[in-house]
Write a new protein. Structure first.
Length: 227
C-alpha cells in the first residue's frame, strides 16, 4: 500500500464522514454503542483479551469495550486522537492488509458497517482471510452490517456501498474462509441511527433484551464465527 494511495483514500473517507454525520449524529451513535457493547459484546471479551476493530470509524465499539489491549484500523484518521486518548492503538491503513500484526495474536476481530464499502468481493475475502490469520485458534470474528435481503433498495442509497451482502452470503464467505459459524442473526439492529426511532439508552437496552422485536425493526445482520 503506497502512502499516497492511503492518504487519498483517507481524505475521501473524511469527506464522506463530514457530509454524512453531524456532531449530533455522532453523539447519538456513541450513546447507542455504549449500550450495545454493554448488552451484547462485552460478554464476548475477556479482561485479558486483545481486540481488533476493523474500519473503526470514530471507535464507537473499540472505545467502549474493556480488555487488556485494543487495536483499531481505518484509512480515515479523523478520530485518531480520540482513539489514542482512550488508550486505543490506532493504525491508519486498509483492513485487508494487516501486516503489522503477527499470526495468531488477536482474540476477537470486530467490524461494523464496513464490508459493504469494500470495492469488490475479492477484497472482502481478503479481509476475512487476514482476520483468520491474525486470530488465535478458537478466536472469534464478529460482523455487523446492512442486510441487502431486508433493504433491497435503500441499501444502495449510500454512494460508497459497493458490495451487496446478506447474512446468508456472508455466512457462506466465512465458511469458505474456514470459519465455523456460532451465531447468524438476519435482523439485529435498525438500519441507521438517522431514523426517527427512539435512541435513549434505556430504550435501546429494552430493545436488545427483547429479541422478539428484532425481526420487526432490525435491518442489519449480526454474525459471529470462530477460527
Amino acid at each position: 500500500m503506497s502512502t499516497r494511495k492511503q492518504t487519498d483514500v483517507g481524505e475521501r473517507e473524511r469527506t464522506i464522514y463530514r457530509e454524512r454525520f453531524s456532531l449530533a449524529d455522532n453523539e447519538a451513535r456513541d450513546q447507542i454503542w455504549r449500550v450495545l457493547v454493554d448488552e451484547v459484546f462485552a460478554p464476548m471479551v475477556t479482561p485479558d483479551a486483545t481486540v481488533l476493530d476493523l474500519g473503526c470509524g470514530f471507535g464507537e465499539f473499540v472505545r467502549h469495550v474493556k480488555c487488556r489491549r485494543r487495536i483499531a484500523v481505518d484509512v480515515n484518521t479523523l478520530a485518531a486522537e480520540r482513539l489514542m486518548a482512550a488508550g486505543v492503538e490506532f493504525h491508519q491503513g486498509f483492513i485487508n492488509k494487516l501486516d503489522f500484526l503477527p499470526d495468531a495474536s488477536i482474540d476477537l476481530v470486530f467490524s461494523s458497517n464496513v464490508l459493504e464499502h469494500m470495492p469488490d468481493k475479492q477484497v472482502v475475502d481478503e479481509v476475512l482471510l487476514e482476520s483468520r490469520r491474525v486470530l488465535k485458534p478458537g478466536g472469534q470474528i464478529v460482523l455487523m452490517g446492512p442486510n441487502v435481503r431486508l433493504l433491497p433498495g435503500a441499501y444502495w442509497d449510500y454512494w460508497d456501498h459497493y458490495v451487496a451482502i446478506s447474512d446468508r452470503s456472508l455466512a457462506e464467505a466465512l465458511r469458505i474462509a474456514e470459519f465455523s459459524i456460532i451465531d447468524q442473526v438476519a435482523a439485529f439492529m435498525p438500519y441507521t441511527t438517522k431514523s426517527r426511532l427512539p435512541k435513549a439508552a434505556w430504550m435501546v437496552r429494552v430493545y436488545l433484551r427483547n429479541r422478539w422485536i428484532w425481526p420487526l425493526l432490525g435491518k442489519q445482520f449480526l454474525l459471529r464465527a470462530r477460527r
